[in-house]
Design a protein around this ligand. Structure first.
Ligand code: IMP
Length: 195
């Protein structure tokens, strides 16, 4: 399997993806290629942002690379925060600010259904491929767990008793939106190499 550059400055994601990939693929970080840049994500859709980030890093490095973009979609909030998941509580906000905002917006609301949707854009030998992963669950009424990042303390996947932040990393990675999208990407690459 070839080396592949992951277009992210998010160290949590980098660690997760390295764990998910195991020996399937050697992941390079932006640090590994001495690149220190802010990556734009100004599009109106998750797909658009994934493509924008991958094209931006490919444009600078010319290397095979991939980027992911994720949104938390809450049914009772008509799909919000969605593409605005990173900055839902405002520019420069923390993960905790975002979590506090959705808990406040869901106060007294019974329908807690939500999903994480992740889209990966892979640019391999100049060609683009998209892969999507999704996990359904509910937003808890209180934060639970200290691991993970983002909305993990309040997202409990269907069929599980713990939030993403309370379960072991291998369990989250095995069922998560990002894990599922990565799995599709690895399968696609393996099938391409077998041809
Ligand atoms: P991004 O644009 O892909 O970086 O994701 C937007 C936001 O979604 C992040 O800032 C996090 O708040 C949230 N997010 C992304 N992935 C996860 C995850 O695996 N768990 C919890 N929150 C996540």
């Amino acid at each position: 399997m070839p080396n592949l550059l992951f277009a992210t400055n998010n160290t949590h994601k980098l660690r997760e993806v390295q764990e998910i990939m195991g020996n399937d693929l050697q992941i390079l970080s932006l640090k590994d290629v001495n690149l220190d840049v802010d990556i734009p994500e100004t599009q109106e859709t998750i797909e658009g942002n994934a493509v924008q980030k991958a094209r931006f890093i490919h444009g600078i490095t010319g290397l095979n690379c991939f980027a992911d973009d994720t949104g938390l979609e809450i049914e009772a909030l008509e799909g919000r925060p969605g593409v605005y998941s990173a900055r839902y509580a405002g520019e420069g906000c923390s993960f905790d600010d975002n979590v506090t905002k959705i808990l406040r917006e869901l106060e007294g609301i019974e329908n807690r259904k939500a999903c994480f949707r992740c889209v990966i854009c892979l640019i391999m030998d100049g060609a683009e491929q998209l892969f999507e992963g999704r996990i359904d669950g509910v937003i808890t009424t209180e934060k639970e767990g200290a691991d993970g990042f983002g909305y993990d303390p309040v997202f409990r996947p269907d069929g599980h008793r713990q939030t993403f932040a309370a379960m072991p990393a291998y369990l989250k990675n095995g069922i998560s939106h990002r894990g599922r999208a990565i799995d599709k990407m690895v399968k696609w690459q393996k099938s391409k190499m077998a041809k």
